[in-house]
Write a protein that binds this ligand. Structure first.
Ligand code: GSH
Length: 198
């Protein structure tokens, strides 16, 4: 399978996921800083021209969370996703979808000054609600799904890691910083991110 990525991108997260699973893959660097994402060939893979993307035979997957979810399900023996018919699956989906649909837009809008919006209408509500949800969802010990480290931690924990790193979270609680520390202590995280920027 081919992993289209750039080390200074969200591709570090999907690379980390591939390493956690120990999946052989071809790493294809798409240097978007010099427009390598803006070619007809790459747009045929991802019309958004974004990295990361994964091509597995005839299957094309874009979006960081979708790639992590796809990989976790493709290699069920690695235990990085609860079984599709298990009761844990609902909780697992929440961690996979919440970062991209809610946290990322909130972090972006929170950096902008003078932009007014209705917290009742936008999907991310507001910073206060997001911080309360982060506090409620972040595990005090182990991982998002309990003892098993899963794709939920790669996606949700990876987003919190970015947020702490870039100071998007005002005064993160001890629970959040400890969880991010556990994430960063994982050998495969280090391997993926040492190849990136820290
Ligand atoms: N929603 C996408 C966002 C991907 C994204 O924004 N990638 C950035 C790098 S982190 C990119 O490819 N930027 C190049 C560009 O937009 O031209 C995902 O989760 O994968």
């Amino acid at each position: 399978m081919k992993h289209y990525f750039h080390p200074m991108s969200r591709g570090a997260t999907t690379h980390w996921m591939l390493l956690e699973l120990g999946v052989e893959h071809e790493q294809v660097i798409v240097d978007f800083t010099i427009g390598e994402n803006d070619t007809p060939e790459y747009r045929a893979i991802n019309p958004m021209g974004k990295v990361p993307a994964l091509v597995d035979g005839d299957v094309v997957v874009t979006e960081t969370a979708a790639i992590c979810a796809y990989l976790a399900d493709k290699f069920p023996e690695q235990g990085m996703a609860p079984p599709p018919d298990s009761v844990q699956r609902g909780r697992y989906y929440r961690y996979l979808f919440f970062p991209g649909t809610t946290l990322e837009p909130m972090f972006t809008f929170n950096q902008l000054e003078g932009v007014e919006y209705s917290a009742q209408s936008v999907g991310w509500g507001d910073l206060t609600r997001c911080l309360a949800a982060i506090e409620a969802m972040t595990p005090a010990q182990d991982w998002a799904m309990g003892e098993a480290f899963t794709a939920a931690d790669v996606v949700y924990g990876g987003t919190l890691d970015f947020a702490v790193q870039f100071n998007w979270l005002p005064d993160p609680s001890a629970k959040v910083t400890d969880y991010v520390k556990r994430i960063k202590a994982r050998p495969r995280y280090r391997e993926a991110h040492d190849a990136s920027w820290h």
